[in-house]
Design a protein around this ligand. Structure first.
Ligand SMILES: [Zn+2]
Length: 224
């Protein structure tokens, strides 16, 4: 396999961000977090960014083809000889089809869709344990990285709070939304035989080991 063109999928709290960082380190691939890409383009007032801003100012969703154009523009500005990592897009089957078409026009295709999974209890424990201080945004975790005092920041002594997004009832809702939206996308990549499931409920090192082994076996399959 000459290219690793990867898509990252997974529910909030499955550790997708951590694994994305490690993939970037391990493989030196350009990493595209679509949300950041969009914000950056708007901030830099690029041609596509200005177009996107028109939609956003009207309170409309930025159309798929505009997002895909941004992704392609970014890819063309980077060295993607060895591949790339795409995170946050596509989110629907329609977007996935459109992306495939555009890649195909450029003689490329996705190599693998990595689905980092974790069961509901794990995700709720990870997310609901997070605390942030009201002052300097220092992060803690009540189980995995507890502060010395349960309600105070170790660094500046300010109060620790839980983000609204991390409240159990909100997490439940985020997970349901994720599942509804992503299920058809997972099936789409399964049909294309490029979906690989990764057990994200284990500790981060074990998860990266599984990802490395999965990608290595893909290279092996191609050589045979
Ligand atoms: Zn603090």
């Amino acid at each position: 396999m000459t290219e690793l063109n990867l898509i990252l999928l997974g529910p909030p709290g499955a550790g997708k961000g951590t694994q994305a960082e490690r993939l970037v380190e391990d493989f030196g691939l350009p990493y595209i977090a679509t949300g950041n890409l969009l914000r950056q383009a708007v901030r830099d007032e690029t041609e596509l960014g200005l177009k996107a801003k028109e939609y956003m100012d009207r309170g409309d969703l930025v159309p798929d083809d505009l997002i895909i154009a941004m992704i392609l523009e970014f890819l063309e500005s980077q060295d993607t000889t060895n591949g790339f990592i795409l995170d946050g897009f596509p989110r629907t089957e329609r977007q996935a089809e459109a992306l495939d078409e555009e890649l195909e026009k450029r003689g490329r295709s996705l190599t693998t869709a990595l689905l980092i999974e974790a069961d509901k209890d794990t995700v709720v424990e990870r997310l609901s344990g997070r605390r942030v201080c009201v002052k300097g945004q220092h992060n803690f975790h009540m189980t995995f990285d507890p502060p010395k005092h349960p309600e105070r920041c170790d660094v500046d002594g300010s109060r620790l709070v839980q983000r609204d997004d991390d409240k159990p009832e909100v997490i439940q809702n985020r997970l349901e939304q994720y599942q509804q939206k992503t299920e058809p996308l997972i099936e789409y990549y399964e049909r294309k035989s490029i979906l690989r499931r990764i057990d994200g409920s284990r500790e981060a090192d074990k998860v990266s080991d599984q990802i490395r082994a999965t990608l290595a076996s893909l290279k092996f399959e191609e050589q045979v």
